[in-house]
Design a protein around this ligand. Structure first.
Ligand code: XMP
Length: 319
């Protein structure tokens, strides 16, 4: 019988047996899989675990601080936070092509992780949050976006020259099983049931060239949308919801004058498998509130639109 606490006990024993007294390093993204691995390994090997958390500057509002608060302060896990925002912005300057952006974002992640791992000279093992669907997907050698998703920091994402042995305690589990494990390990339900967030983060939600001021505006708009979804008990009724930054200026009136500010699109979808999706029919009053709050509270945004495109033909992300 499948039971989260049995699986945890077995995994803990297996990890201890495997790594012995060696040091283990883990790339912590704040997503469900790497978070569950962090909690599990911490329970199994405590101080032998060091996590590396790369703040790319493309995360959601306060996300970096929240990850540190939960794992480092609250759980007492060793986490090295790398503030890489400036490096990301420099690397992305002038780059407009979505797949090029994905490559740069993923590549820089690997470089930074490699640099940090290089400093931890005692580390012998690399832990990864690979889950069973990742294994199947890699084996199927899919092309296009699916491949790039995995090249970001899941299967196959490790630097080849790293000489570390792999420990992947979730390798045989499905996502819902990983979630159960996470809850059993004491991770907060909100975190375990958070909508998926793409590896390249806001990098693919800022259309075209990524710039810090755009990311800052987008973070604020997105946070308002998500906060209201929770407040109205709608967050878990949709599968994924977020804001997208459109780097075009649209006219608005302010007092006696006109102003030209940026546009934000709001996207919420309902889906089972993320392969097809329908746009969520959010209540008009709710959309009205989102629009008012964003325009009133985020200087620099003058217009809010709601994305009513299904997948297919539109993808969930805008890039
Ligand atoms: P699309 O936009 O292809 O998205 O309909 C389907 C699901 O995949 C996520 N997504 C990504 N996840 N790296 C990721 O880790 C990516 O490059 C990427 N692109 C899309 C998207 O958020 C949705 O859940």
């Amino acid at each position: 019988l499948w039971n989260a606490s049995n699986i945890i006990e077995d995994s803990i024993a297996a990890v201890r047996e495997k790594v012995g007294s060696d040091q283990v390093i883990l790339g912590l993204s704040g997503g469900v899989d790497s978070s569950v691995v962090a909690a599990l390994l911490h329970r199994a090997i405590g101080e032998q675990l060091t996590c590396v958390f790369v703040d790319t500057g493309l995360l959601r509002l306060h996300e970096g601080d929240q990850v540190m608060a939960m794992f480092a302060q609250h759980m007492g896990i060793k986490v090295i936070r790398v503030d890489a925002e400036a490096r990301y912005m420099t690397a992305l300057a002038g780059v407009n092509d979505p797949e090029q952006k994905r490559k740069i974002i993923g590549g820089l992640f690997v470089d930074i992780f490699d640099e940090e791992a290089g400093k931890l000279t005692d580390a012998k093992w690399l832990a990864q949050g690979t889950i069973y669907p990742d294994v199947i997907e890699s084996a199927g050698a899919k092309s296009g976006k699916a491949h790039l998703i995995k090249s970001h920091h899941n299967v196959g994402g490790l630097p080849e020259n790293m000489k570390l042995k792999l420990v992947e305690p979730l390798r045989e589990l499905f996502k819902d099983e990983v979630r159960k494990l996470g809850l059993e390990l004491g991770l907060p339900a909100d975190m375990i049931h958070r909508h998926p967030f793409p590896g390249p983060g806001l990098g693919v939600r800022i259309l075209g060239e990524v710039k810090k001021p755009y990311a800052d505006l987008l973070r604020q708009a997105d946070a308002i949308f998500i906060e209201e979804l929770y407040r109205h008990d709608l967050y878990h009724k949709v599968s994924q919801a977020f804001a997208v930054f459109l780097p075009v200026k649209s006219v608005g009136v302010m007092g006696d004058g006109r102003k030209y500010d940026y546009v934000v699109a709001i996207r919420a979808v309902e889906t089972i498998d993320f392969m097809t999706a329908r746009w969520a029919h959010l209540p008009y009053d709710f959309l009205d509130l989102i629009s008012r709050r964003i325009i009133n509270e985020v200087p620099g945004i003058s217009r809010v639109t709601y994305d009513i495109s299904g997948k297919p033909p539109a993808t969930i992300e805008w890039e």
